[in-house]
Design a protein around this ligand. Structure first.
Ligand SMILES: Cc1cc2nc3c(=O)[nH]c(=O)nc-3n(C[C@H](O)[C@H](O)[C@H](O)COP(=O)(O)OP(=O)(O)OC[C@H]3O[C@@H](n4cnc5c(N)ncnc54)[C@H](O)[C@@H]3O)c2cc1C
Length: 470
């Protein structure tokens, strides 16, 4: 196969080894943050609304439930700690898109795409406004996202996408923004994305919810959900909550509803963070506008700067493990960390000698339509939203509103969307799931090595709406 730029211009082997010599397995985003503890549930309590899951989806649902009806008694149950899963580990790219990008949206809902994109822009503006009005310090940066072409075959893809909100940058212009010898051109979308500090957003939402009167329990994993006639009851090992309604915001974790058991699979994504760059290193790479960066391959990287001038660099490998389990031991993958370090140093060879201080992994909530699906259960008393597929930082807020609309019984613009009403296909059971996902991943890698040309399998998946194109 023809090599990619990361193979044509390999990083210095010794610099890669040095960069990972003392890296801690820990999520950078929580470092130095005050993480208030919440009790775990014991005994029986009553509520109007019980929310299962303390990531962005559950937290936005809690905040917006109180915003809509301040007297509602809301209880949120989190199995571990608030924001510990994807919501505290992501790249912080907070995009307007609700459909995992324009291409995916227009392919699936062509007659709805304008409305979906307007709703996405409104959701992003609403998120920024909420964060400001609740005084959440989520380090929101309106720097936009710069997509870079690193292979000649990616250049036409960039030109196709130039629109009124994105600016095309040629080779000199893109390197004037961020100085990498791998960049051939770029597209800077300045209005449809912001960057956030992921853990600060999650903890800030939890604080806001608690200030509004939401009762949060941690270390309270729900194991059962039952209809009890007038409402629902959820049980943990040590307690239960009886409520009129429930919201399931459990994302990629095993669903409490049988019908959703096969709807998502965990695909592991990995991240490195450097030490803070020195002024000399900063002047070597430029990056004064601090955009989020991403490249255009199927197996793409995403990277950004932090407030203290580190670079957070993630993506590329997307690992599915047989059996669709979420397990802590899947979060450490030395070969992926080495590959990420190699690709980082190919991207920024002038930073040879830099060290990565943190590494971590997390499960991406993948579903077959690559953006969230929604629905109700137990006679309309339970609502769920799940499957944000790696673009949930912004879209989870929209998902929370959809669930609150569904529970209200009112028809809203959100609940009448085809995207909301129609469920995607589930993944098949094992061993077919693992075979299918791994062959698809292999094909995507081949396409990246073959000028983007998609093989028969990928073209077949595209034709039936299961193809993935980042
Ligand atoms: C490494 C990585 C990088 C990413 N980068 C980006 C990015 O840059 N931009 C972007 O838009 N998206 C990104 N994502 C995706 C994004 O983080 C998620 O889509 C989003 O955080 C999903 O939020 P959530 O609340 O639905 O799920 P989660 O954050 O996973 O929260 C679900 C919560 O539910 C709890 N739970 C589950 N089951 C139960 C139960 N039975 N009882 C009690 N609690 C339960 C879990 O403990 C968990 O805390 C990334 C994801 C990862 C892993």
């Amino acid at each position: 196969m023809p090599p990619t730029v990361f193979e044509r211009q390999p990083a210095d082997h010794a610099a890669v080894g040095l960069s990972l010599a003392d890296t801690r397995h820990d999520v950078l985003w929580f470092e130095g943050l005050d993480r208030p503890r919440h009790d775990s549930l014991s005994g029986r309590i009553d509520a109007d609304l019980v929310i299962v899951g303390g990531g962005y989806t559950g937290l936005w649902a809690a905040v917006h439930a109180k915003q809509r009806h301040p007297d509602t008694r809301v209880v949120l149950l989190e199995g571990e700690r608030v924001g510990w899963a994807a919501s505290g580990r992501n790249g912080g790219f907070c995009e307007a898109s609700l459909t995992h990008g324009h291409e995916n949206g227009v392919r699936r809902w062509p007659d709805e795409i304008d409305e979906l994109e307007r709703l996405g822009r409104e959701n992003l503006a609403g998120l920024v406004a909420d964060v400001e009005s609740y005084g959440i310090d989520a380090e929101v940066q309106a720097t936009g996202v710069l997509a870079v072409a690193v292979e000649p075959h990616q250049l036409p893809w960039l030109q196709e996408e130039t629109g009124d909100h994105a600016v095309y940058l040629d080779r000199e212009q893109v390197r004037a923004e961020v100085n990498s010898p791998t960049y051939l051109a770029g597209l800077w979308d300045r209005s449809e994305a912001v960057l956030v500090q992921p853990a600060k957003l999650a903890l800030g939402l939890a604080r806001t919810a608690a200030d509004m009167g939401v009762t949060i329990f941690e270390h309270s994993r729900v194991t059962e959900l039952d209809d009890n006639g007038n409402g629902v009851v959820v049980r943990t090992g040590a307690g239960s909550v009886r409520a009129r309604q429930a919201i399931l915001a459990t994302n990629v974790f095993p669903s409490l509803l049988k019908r959703n058991a096969l709807m998502t699979v965990p695909v592991y994504d990995y991240v490195l963070a450097t030490e803070p760059l020195t002024p000399e290193q900063l002047s070597e790479i430029g990056w004064n506008n601090r955009q989020g960066l991403t490249d255009l391959a199927n197996q793409f990287h995403y990277y950004r700067m932090t407030a203290d001038n580190r670079i957070v660099f993630g993506g590329y490998d997307a690992i599915y493990n047989y059996g669709r389990k979420v397990r802590p031991d899947y979060e450490d993958r030395p070969e992926t960390y080495t590959r990420l370090a190699e690709h980082f140093l190919t991207t920024f060879p002038q930073l040879a000698g830099i060290r990565f201080t943190h590494k971590w992994g997390g499960a991406i909530d993948t579903c077959t339509q690559f953006c969230a699906f929604y629905g109700t259960a137990k006679g309309g008393k339970v609502a769920y939203a799940s499957g944000f597929t790696g673009l949930g930082v912004g879209a989870t807020r929209f998902g929370a509103d959809v669930m609150l609309d569904l529970l209200s019984g009112a028809q809203t613009e959100r609940t009448t969307l085809k995207m909301v009403r129609k469920r995607p296909l589930p993944f098949p059971p094992e061993p077919i799931a693992s075979l299918g996902i791994n062959v698809t991943r292999w094909s995507l890698d081949r396409a990246d090595h073959n000028e983007g040309n998609r093989n028969l399998l990928l073209r077949g998946l595209d034709a039936i709406g299961l193809g993935f194109d980042s």
